[in-house]
Every structure is written in C-alpha cells, then in structure tokens.
Design a protein around this ligand. Sequence first.
Ligand SMILES: C[N+](C)(C)CCCC[C@H](N)C(=O)O
Ligand SMILES: O=C(O)CCC(=O)C(=O)O
Ligand SMILES: [Fe+2]
Length: 421
Amino acid sequence: MWYHRLSHLQSRLHDLLKGGVICQALPQPTFKSLLPLAVRWHHTASKFLTCAWQQHEDHFELKYANTVMRFDYVWLRDHCRSASCYNSKTHQRSLDTASVDLCIKPKTIHLDKTTLFFTWSDGHVTKYDLNWLVKNSYEGQKQKVIQPRILWNAEIYQQAQVPSADCQSFLETKEGLKKFLQNFLLYGIAFVENVPPTQEHTEKLAERISLIRETIYGRMWYFTSDSSRGDTAYTKLALDRHTDTTYFQEPCGIQVFHCLKHEGTGGRTLLVDGFYAAQQVLQKAPEEFELLSRVPLKHEYIEDVGECHNHMIGVGPVLNIYPWNKELYLIRYNNYDRAVINTIPYDVVHRWYTAHRTLTMELRRPENEFWVKLKPGRVLFIDNWRVLHGRECFTGYRQLCGCYLTRDDVLNTARLLGLQA
Ligand SMILES: C[N+](C)(C)CCCC[C@H](N)C(=O)O
Ligand SMILES: O=C(O)CCC(=O)C(=O)O
Ligand SMILES: [Fe+2]
C-alpha cells in the first residue's frame, strides 16, 4: 500500500535548487494512495480501476489501468496542454521547452476524479487525464503495435480470400477505398480490378490514395524489355525477390504495377512477405535477426546509359525496427543493388553473411512464394517496405506501367478514413 507523506523539506529543497543544474537526491519520496475509482477502461468490459501514485526524486510513478508508468518531470511540464503551453487549434506546442528548468519538480500533486493536477513552483498548473497518460506513456506505447498486420505465406494468403477492390467503388466510394486500404495495410499487397488498361487510369487510381513519388524513373513509368535504362528490370530476364529503391535513403513506400500488355510466355510476378520471413528468423535465430537490424550497409544504383546518368546511395540495415516495441517496419533487401560492404569489420561481416543466409533461406522457401500473372485491368499495389517482388523470365512483348507512392500520403489517407496506421 502506498501512502502519502507531505514533505516540506522537498519543496524547500526544490526552491533551493531552482535554476540550478545539479539535481540532488532527497532523503524520502512522497507517497500518495487513493481510494479505488470507478472508471471505465476503453475496450474492456466495465471494471473498477485503481489509481496510485508516488513522487520520486527524479520521476513520477503512476499505477493505473493495470499499467505502471514512470514520467520524467520535464516531460510532464513539456506536455502541458494548458492554453498558454499548447495551441489546441493547430495542435502545436507553444511552450518553449528550452525554458523549462531541467531540475523542475512539482510543488504539489493532486487528483480529482480522473484528472491529475501538477502545480509547479511558479504557480503554473498542468492537468492530465489519467487515460491520456496511459495512452501516451512509454509503457503504454511499448505494448502496442503501430500497425496491425497479418503475416502470410502462400497458403495463409490464399486461404484468406482477400477480395480485390472494384475500380469504380475504389474511385467513387469511401467504403471501397477504406476496405482496399485496410487489406493493403494488413497484407502489404492489394489488387484493384476492372481498370481500363491505360497509364492514365493507373495514374487516377494512384492519385486516389496518395501523391505519386517522382523518382529517377519519372512520375508515372512505363517500361518494356528495351534495355533503355541501366537496370535488369528493363530486360526479359528473371528477377529474384527484392525490394525496390534500396539505394534511396528512404526507399519508396509503395509500388504500383499494371501490366498493359503481354504477348508471350512466362513473366509471372513473385510476391513474398518479407515480414513473415523475418519473423521466422526471429524465432529460429534471434541473434541473427538482431544483427540484421543493427548493421547498416549501403545499396547503390549506378547508371550510365544514353541520357541517364545516376548515382544513388542509400544506407540502412536490412531489417528496421522501432526500438521501443521491437516492431519491424522496413525490410531493405536487394542482392542486385547491394553495394560493397565497407561499413562492417571483417568478423561482424561473417556473422552478417550467416544471418543474411538464414533470412534468404526463409525468403526462398517455396511455401512462402505467392505467384500471380499480372493482366491488363488488374492493378497491383505492393508495400515496398514489407513485401518483396520478383518476376519470371519471359518471351514476347510485355508492357508494364506504374509508379511509386509516398508512404506518408498513403498512411495519411488511411488514418483519415479511421484506420490504424
Ligand atoms: C520499376 N521501375 C522499372 C521503374 C524501376 C525498377 C528499379 C529497379 C532497381 N533495380 C530497383 O530494384 O530499385
Ligand atoms: O517486370 C516486372 O514484373 C517487375 C520488374 C521489377 O522488379 C521492377 O520494375 O521493379
Ligand atoms: Fe523491382
């Protein structure tokens, strides 16, 4: 049981230290306990929640809604939502954080129903709703994923029977667009059907969900096996699974493909969920997963063909994870475009190759391969931060059009439709 002991010494000391840079330890923390409060916890059935808090020397500890949270005092002052500290119209901070004493401590703390009041030594009062604190605390975020996903292999994806969106409902209805984006966010791939097989219609589709990301390949691109560019994509050769634009500091978020014509054989598209494969690596060899997420390396695009002169370099690890919740958010995998490894000492390089091999084996398992033949009228959207693509070699004339999308804008559209992204 926590209890409250008012410490005069504490505020005296605080006054003494105010403005100083040394934060000295106090002999005793201040404790406070509160009677159980009848508060509803969102998403769960009706439940009585208790709240208890404790004022430590260098942080504030709060127990609420089955969560133990710890808050830094500067953080508590910095996130003050009072009218003078925060503009709730623009959702921007007005407070100059640099003006906050780094040794700041509240003079008094009290709770009224579900609101905590912090009174600072200059008299300013900061209010926090307990549920806001739970939602915005580190401890709360640590347990949550930024983006819910369904990881798949060929069987899982096929069993799920994910419907394609119809072009008209995608373009004209909010529900059609929302359903499409929901599937896209969950699986990292999604199809739109009944699209007139032209570049203009493909562009319209892309613009419905995002700004188009213009790159060295143009805004909308259109390509055949004419070797017009210095890249294997512009040939009839097979392409093993990879993600695109690994040689950009921020690889393109989404890729859109529309096959406008193919008179010949082969040319099927291969799709592999990179996050599913990475998950397997995490389970089988966690230290290899860790290494792939820690070691940065370069990818490179050097082109010198006709009028096209480009030299792109992108740096980053193969697996990119959020440090606070260990969620994987980007896989950068392209063995064609991987540059000379000169960012890793030799002994780590060897372990890196081992880890890369493990990941590659998972990515190459036949049961993880989902093959589709792209046809005119059926547009494919690929999450290029998650799903790898490849293609079978082909014969005959084959025309593909498409574009890259800016990830921020796709997620923006999704959030505005109420989706978690
Ligand atoms: C899609 N489009 C044909 C325009 C470009 C292809 C880029 C190919 C490059 N090797 C990469 O993987 O990034
Ligand atoms: O030709 C294809 O199907 C895809 C080629 C490719 O990987 C690309 O353009 O990014
Ligand atoms: Fe590609």
